[in-house]
Ligand binder design. Structure first.
Ligand SMILES: NC(=O)C1=CN([C@@H]2O[C@H](COP(=O)(O)OP(=O)(O)OC[C@H]3O[C@@H](n4cnc5c(N)ncnc54)[C@H](O)[C@@H]3O)[C@@H](O)[C@H]2O)C=CC1
Ligand SMILES: O=C([O-])CC(=O)C(=O)O
Length: 272
């Protein structure tokens, strides 16, 4: 650990594809950080995983995490966002939020963090280029567009698909499911399009960031392309995410959080 710094205690809410990978890394040892506690929807299901860690963390209900940690990582179903984030930011602490789409229904949490000296961090997660987007947003961004292509398994169960009775079985050609704003994409695909909302929060907001979503039987990876036109630069970038155990979630997502945690105490920070 860097000299003179007390270790930060980290809590993880949700032990799914993202939470487990981060818990493993914290247990192996991340400079200046300890795993203070975890919360799980089904602690018994995760008993073997938790017992396999070098140091088994306390498993506590969501509303007790704040007693064990300075910082919480929200990696749970999006409906739990408020219950996880509020106890931390209201105490002037930090919440790292993966369910970014749910922030749009809970924007007052940002005001609460502001009022109490807390912070909500939305990591780059499964996306790419948020460093360049935040830099461009210091100047003037004219437009931001994102095109997402996912295998059918990465989209199943999304409210937009269920509500519109869209049948994805037997799809042979790419099908454009949705075209609209990031705000609408977040509502229609809350567990599949957090990246669109993260992009919008980095740039020109959820009502001006435009999104296309395709179900594509020709791809095996969750693929996101962003196109940005600004007064400082024009850029386009594509990321092809290998799905994790959860087909909706790219393997890179927890790595993005681990990289962010490493930056917290690093003597050298690279990137915006
Ligand atoms: N920002 C980004 O780039 C990305 C965000 N996500 C989002 O991150 C969140 C987590 O994703 P995954 O780990 O893939 O989901 P997952 O479904 O694999 O894991 C969620 C976990 O939360 C647990 N859980 C349920 N109720 C709980 C409760 N009351 N207390 C504590 N835990 C509870 C479940 O048991 C499950 O293990 C989701 O909202 C997902 O949409 C996913 C991928 C990328
Ligand atoms: O946006 C999300 O929540 C997840 C995603 O697309 C990916 O993992 O590629």
């Amino acid at each position: 650990m860097r000299s003179g710094r007390a270790p930060q205690r980290v809590a993880i809410a949700g032990l799914g594809a993202i939470g487990k990978a981060i818990a493993r890394e914290l247990d192996r040892g991340l400079d200046g950080l300890t795993l203070g506690a975890v919360a799980s929807g089904d602690p018994e299901k995760h008993r073997a995983f938790l017992d396999g860690l070098r140091t088994t963390p306390p498993v506590v209900p969501l509303d007790q995490l704040h007693a064990h940690a300075d910082l919480v990582i929200e990696a749970a179903p999006s409906r739990l966002l408020r219950a996880i984030v509020e106890p931390f930011v209201s105490r002037g602490r930090t919440a790292i939020v993966l369910s970014a789409a749910a922030l749009l229904q809970n924007e007052d949490l940002i005001d609460l963090a502001n009022l109490n000296g807390g912070q909500i961090i939305v990591p780059t997660g499964a996306l790419i280029g948020l460093d360049a987007v935040t830099a461009a947003a210091v100047g003037t961004i004219h437009s931001v567009r994102m095109i997402t292509r996912k295998p059918v398994d990465g989209l199943r169960g999304a409210p937009f698909i269920v509500d519109n009775g869209i049948d994805l079985d037997g799809l042979r050609e790419p099908l454009k499911l949705f075209e609209g704003t990031a705000r609408e994409a977040g509502k229609g695909f809350p567990a599949n399009l957090n990246v669109a909302v993260a992009l919008s929060l980095a740039g020109i907001g959820p009502d001006r960031t435009m999104v296309e979503i395709w179900a594509d039987p020709g791809v095996t990876r969750n693929t996101h392309r962003i196109e940005v036109d600004a007064d400082s630069a024009r850029f386009a970038m594509t990321i092809e995410n290998v799905p994790s155990d959860n087909p909706r979630t790219g393997l890179i997502t927890p790595l993005s959080v681990i990289a962010l945690l490493r930056k917290q105490s690093a003597a050298l920070r690279v990137g915006t």
